[in-house]
Design a protein around this ligand. Structure first.
Ligand SMILES: Nc1ncnc2c1ncn2[C@@H]1O[C@H](COP(=O)(O)OP(=O)(O)OP(=O)(O)O)[C@@H](O)[C@H]1O
Ligand SMILES: [Mg+2]
Length: 251
């Protein structure tokens, strides 16, 4: 499930058609509109491209429909909640890699601690599985992948509150937080100020986060995401640990 963490600010850019092989979300069978009128080939093409996230050759997975929706979001800030094992971390890594073919693009992905990053199956290991067979090069000192375009993808951590200041002179086009509820709100907000657009670049500025519910930051993340609590949860006034409240329940 996706939600913006603050009122949607429209991006000046929209996800453009892939420069690499698009991975269609729409079925390839003949399409009909709701009224039963057959759509023209051109209309289907336009629709398909609007529903197809920008991809690069560095993304080996075909996004699920939820992941595709996340990758298509034309807003600056977005959050991906949902069930354990639902593909949230994968979606963050895909999102970070969507523009690595663009010169000067810089992305960073955070976990709270370095050991979180380095866990088996976590983001760092997954990036190695995805990128080792490609022409991207790993700099272990800087924990950064370098792409032939000049783009970079770095992995970072913010174990202590003040670790955020390590990034005070950094600039990123993409900042991703995995397991956002493990971070403090001030770390997240501070990093927001590091989102900067390259002069003349069409690459969108994106702040993206994903998390399971629970953790010390559950409340601030829930409040920021403006997720709508279920009436029963509100009546009880207690936190419903273990799940995010439904977005769709009426207030
Ligand atoms: N689109 C996809 N195509 C192929 N495999 C996928 C895709 N999305 C996720 N996976 C795989 O499914 C598994 C679970 O995905 P992932 O770790 O991203 O879920 P998660 O929501 O972050 O889980 P957790 O709640 O444990 O953090 C991983 O092995 C991941 O590589
Ligand atoms: Mg995960």
């Amino acid at each position: 499930m996706t939600a913006t963490l603050s009122p949607a600010r429209s991006s000046r850019t929209t996800p453009s058609a892939a420069t690499h092989r698009p991975q269609p979300v729409l079925p390839s069978s003949p399409a009909r509109s709701q009224t039963g009128t057959k759509l023209s080939e051109q209309q289907v093409k336009v629709l398909r491209s609007a529903l197809t996230p920008r991809m690069t050759k560095y993304i080996p997975h075909k996004p699920t429909p939820k992941q595709a929706a996340f990758l298509l979001l034309p807003v600056r800030e977005a959050f991906y909640g949902g069930a354990a094992g639902g593909g949230k971390s994968d979606a963050l890594l895909m999102a970070a890699l969507q523009y690595v073919d663009m010169p000067g693009y810089s992305a960073i992905l955070f976990r709270r601690t370095f050991s979180d990053l380095a866990l088996p199956g976590a983001l760092l290991e997954r990036s190695t599985e995805w990128l080792k067979p490609t022409d991207a090069k790993w700099d272990d000192n800087k924990k950064t992948w370098h792409f032939p375009s000049g783009a970079t993808l770095t992995f970072g951590y913010l174990e202590h509150e003040n670790d955020k200041y390590r990034y005070q002179s950094s600039e990123f086009n993409f900042i991703g937080f995995d397991e956002l509820t493990q971070f403090t709100e001030s770390q997240y907000r501070y990093l927001f100020s590091r989102l900067r657009r390259l002069k003349g670049s069409e690459v969108p500025l994106r702040m993206r986060a994903a998390s399971n519910p629970g953790g010390e930051g559950h409340e601030w993340v829930r409040a920021s995401a403006a997720l709508i609590s279920r009436p029963s949860a509100r009546a009880g006034g207690r936190r419903r640990a273990g799940r995010w409240p439904s977005r769709s329940a009426p207030g």
